[in-house]
Design a protein around this ligand. Structure first.
Ligand code: FES
Length: 183
């Protein structure tokens, strides 16, 4: 179990959306403002980035294209169900030589349907959610493609050291929690 004091959150400046979408995966704690999000006009959308203790997930060399690896982060609770996936294309927040390895919490942000087994490689989405059919784009920080959800999927921040891939934080809030370490 991770203690609250391990979490760090600080304010950072505003990145333009393109720079953020294709950021290298470098981790900073704080809040990022996304502009130009479909359906939001020129309104800014806040995405909270929080850093948690680093956890090993998988070796880069063992990943197979479009074959998700399931794990839990930042703790072992049900709401922490997540997937790591090597995509066919560059993805926002992606790590690795091709910036195409990303990870997301798999609980739908609408009412918590678990989409852990719903990855669709053709469209690079997670979903449809088993409850009400929402789908989320894994190449664009888990943004909603369709359905009832109104929030993006929480994205797991990644770091690579040699061949090792680590989870080091989250962008967004896990469904059913008032912070990512408390149910
Ligand atoms: S819980 Fe996923 S769309 Fe409602």
């Amino acid at each position: 179990m991770v203690s609250k004091k391990d979490e760090t959150e600080t304010e950072v400046g505003c990145l333009n959306r393109r720079a953020f979408l294709f950021a290298s995966g470098t981790v900073v704690g704080g809040t990022v403002l996304l502009t130009g999000v479909p359906g939001m006009g020129n309104k800014a959308v806040e995405a909270r980035m929080s850093r948690y203790p680093r956890m090993f997930i998988e070796n880069m060399s063992r990943l197979k294209m479009n074959k998700p690896v399931r794990f839990k982060y930042p703790d072992k609770g049900r709401n922490s169900n997540s997937i790591l996936v090597k995509m066919n294309e560059q993805a926002g927040g992606g790590v690795g030589a091709d910036r195409n390895v990303v990870a997301f919490n798999t609980l739908c942000t609408h009412m918590g349907g678990d989409m852990g087994k719903t990855f669709q490689k053709r469209d690079a989405v997670l979903g449809p959610c088993p409850f009400h059919q929402s789908t989320f784009d894994l190449t664009r920080h888990g943004m909603i493609v369709s359905g009832h959800a109104t929030e993006s999927l929480p994205q797991v921040l990644l770091e690579v050291e040699g061949d090792d891939i680590y989870a080091v934080g989250l962008i967004g809030l896990i469904y059913g929690r008032y912070d990512n370490l408390k149910s």
